[in-house]
Design a binder for this molecule. Structure first.
Ligand SMILES: *[C@@H]1O[C@H](CO)[C@@H](O)[C@H](O)[C@H]1NC(C)=O
Ligand SMILES: *[C@@H]1O[C@H](CO)[C@@H](O)[C@H](O)[C@H]1NC(C)=O
Length: 396
């Protein structure tokens, strides 16, 4: 069982329990004052942010622009309407970031500020996306059919036109009369910028005729952040992995010291609604007092309720599900018991050994979810989080 999901489910129960005006919270938290339960709430929010790999929620400053269409399309490709990953193999890493050009130069030069990328993120691929505008009518009878578009990394700002001042990253022939997005791979440059932030002098794009001559500048134009609609802004798209992949449930090796993954935050035992005075067993009965077999039940996590709708673009919330019910003897195959659970339920039923509980009803398959959000620098980020949704429940 993933410690991260356990933690998450516990926190969510805590967060989603809206403080009711009656004494219900007090019952759950014991004789605590209101401010103490407020502390618990803020501690819970902090822990939930840790699950999402953040220290603080991004500042939800008034967003200047909607997210780039490319990022929205990518999100809808990898995630279903609830944010659950459609196919874990679609993305190589677990993070995709988009950056807008900060230079807004008259030349076809761009600078992207990558300071929001954490040092431990492994750069998989980086792409420059630039929007090719339609050629102006006056040059539509050009004698050229193709032009050579090259992307350079700037190494020395004083000699950008000399070969020692720049490094060729990518080059391609483009039909003169085309328009739309052109994508160039610039991974090498981003790796070097990640290594030495000060070396990031930006990128330059040149357009030449096939014979290497100057091209009429009106014939081949790219949209700039300064003069054109935001939806056509030059953009850097960065695919990275932050290494926070969870081990698969079945094969997770259990070290002798208890099996907690090093990345998982350690959680002090918070008082939880439902824990404590009420016996744990009472949760196993439905409204009619019938003993409910172990099963998956909905648990909707509403980002608006948590106060995160300002920076999360999608989804608005997701169904994490939770596992509820009892695992009594005899455990049928529909309870998806482990052999261990089967033996434990037998020992429990026969009362062979004192103090052996019934097996627990827990998630035995977990899915990842995707978040599309604005970071502190108003870059749009798509991030995948493992083990966030209970796919099925079983007796363990
Ligand atoms: C990049 O952005 C960060 C955070 O917004 C800022 O502190 C830093 O000065 C920026 N760097 C450059 C070179 O503009
Ligand atoms: C580089 O060449 C372009 C086009 O010929 C020119 O506009 C630009 O000013 C030159 N830059 C430098 C730094 O010499």
């Amino acid at each position: 069982m993933s410690p991260r999901l356990l933690l998450c489910a516990a926190l969510l129960r805590l967060l989603l329990a809206r403080p009711p005006p009656t004494g219900e919270l007090e019952n759950d938290f014991g004789p605590e004052s209101g401010s103490e339960s407020g502390e618990v709430r803020s501690e819970a929010i902090r822990r939930l942010l840790e699950v999402f790999g953040m220290e603080d929620p991004p500042l939800a400053r008034g967003r200047k622009q909607p997210p780039p269409q490319y990022m929205l399309d990518l999100y809808h490709t990898v995630a279903d309407v609830d944010g659950v990953t459609r196919d874990p193999h679609l993305l190589e890493g677990n993070t995709v970031r988009s950056f807008f050009d900060k230079l807004h130069s008259e030349q076809v030069e761009f600078v992207f500020n990558l300071s929001m990328v954490a040092q431990n993120e492994k750069v998989l691929t980086a792409e420059l996306h630039i929007f090719r505008l339609r050629p102006q009518a006056s040059v539509s009878f050009s004698r050229h059919h193709f032009c050579q578009v090259s992307v350079y990394q700037l190494l020395d700002a004083s000699k950008v036109n000399a070969s020692q001042g720049r490094k060729l990253l990518s080059s391609r022939l483009i039909p003169i009369h085309s328009s739309g997005w052109e994508v160039f791979t610039i991974t090498q440059a981003v790796r070097s910028w990640m290594f030495d932030e000060g070396s990031n002098l930006g990128l330059m794009v040149t357009v030449k005729t096939l014979s290497g001559g100057q091209m009429d500048r009106k014939a081949v134009r790219f949209a700039s952040g300064r003069h054109h609609h935001y939806s056509k802004q030059p953009m850097l798209v960065l695919f990275t992995d932050d290494g926070r992949r969870a081990a698969p449930l079945e094969s997770s090796p259990v070290p002798p010291n208890g099996g907690d993954k090093p990345a998982a935050p350690s959680l002090p035992m918070l008082p939880m609604p439902g824990a404590g005075r009420r016996s744990a067993r009472s949760a196993d009965y439905d409204e009619d007092g019938e003993r409910m077999p172990c099963q998956r039940q909905p648990l909707y996590v509403d980002f608006e309720e948590i106060g995160w709708s300002g920076w999360i673009v999608s989804p608005r919330g997701y169904n994490a599900y939770h596992c509820k019910g009892s695992c009594p003897f005899p455990l049928g195959q529909n309870m998806r018991p482990t052999n261990h659970a089967t033996v434990q339920s037998i020992i429990n039923a026969l009362k062979l050994t004192k103090g052996i509980e019934m097996p627990c009803c827990v998630p035995d398959k977990l899915f990842s979810i995707n978040l599309l959000y604005f970071d502190d620098d108003e870059n749009v980020v798509l991030k995948q989080y493992d083990d966030m949704v209970a796919g099925s429940c079983g007796c363990h």
